[in-house]
Design a protein around this ligand. Structure first.
Ligand SMILES: C[S@@+](CC[C@H](N)C(=O)[O-])C[C@H]1O[C@@H](n2cnc3c(N)ncnc32)[C@H](O)[C@@H]1O
Length: 207
């Protein structure tokens, strides 16, 4: 599928020098501890879950805010895993929610939010808009995104184009899939930030 309306925003390497706030550092440390506890105690492996570099993504959000690149304050993490990035966005003053398909991970995010006394909501379901026309065609491109279940937006009361910043950590080779979803369903002016392992964070705007 052709991407028609996304513009790249160059993120400088210097974002790595932005200081994580003390509340973000505390949140990240607690998140790492809880992820380790969960991995050690859980009998089943959740194959599609691996966490991003929380320090770097937090620096990315700071950079977007410091440079006034956001058109609004609503944040959604697509496939929120343990919910740490959603909680970091909330720590940055954003109205943040996370969507995750694995019930065990949603449960862990809710526990983490409670431990941090944060009122952030996590939703169990799919972030893929069910009425997107090209979804079936696109689904063949991904192995690590669950493309079978119906979406959760009605329960949330918001659609994907209500968010100003979307974040995802796609598996390698699946970045284009997320960009296609954002291109087709995101709001004009909104940003998609993806974490790309050694290549850091990538940001595109829908024009
Ligand atoms: C690579 S992990 C990233 C987790 C988290 N965003 C982070 O960066 O730490 C991708 C997550 O997406 C979830 N996922 C896969 N397909 C999904 C879908 N259709 N809807 C919601 N979550 C999904 C997986 O269960 C997994 O937890």
């Amino acid at each position: 599928m052709n991407i028609v309306s996304l513009t790249q925003i160059k993120v400088p390497d210097s974002i790595r020098q932005i200081e994580n706030s003390s509340s973000a550092r505390r949140l990240i440390d607690l998140g790492h501890d809880r992820i380790t506890d969960f991995m050690l105690s859980s009998e089943e492996t959740i194959e599609n879950f691996v966490n991003c570099d929380f320090h770097l993504v937090d620096q990315g959000i700071s950079w977007l805010q410091q440079n006034h690149l956001l058109t609004g304050n609503r944040f959604c993490e697509l496939g929120s895993g343990f919910g740490v990035v959603t909680l970091l966005a909330n720590d940055h003053g954003m109205e943040a929610i996370g969507i995750e398909i694995e019930p065990a991970l949603v449960e862990q995010s809710v526990l983490l939010a409670e431990e941090l006394d944060s009122g952030v909501d996590f939703y169990c379901g799919s972030f893929l808009p069910r009425d997107m026309e090209q979804l079936e065609e696109l689904a063949s491109e991904v192995e690590h995104v669950d493309t079978h279940q119906g979406d959760i937006y009605r329960q949330i009361g918001l659609a994907i184009d209500d968010f100003d910043l979307l974040f995802a950590f796609p598996w390698p080779g699946e970045y284009g899939f997320f960009e296609s979803i954002f291109d087709a369903c995101g709001a004009s002016g909104a940003l998609l930030m993806t974490y790309r392992g050694r290549d850091g964070v990538d940001v595109v705007r829908k024009s």
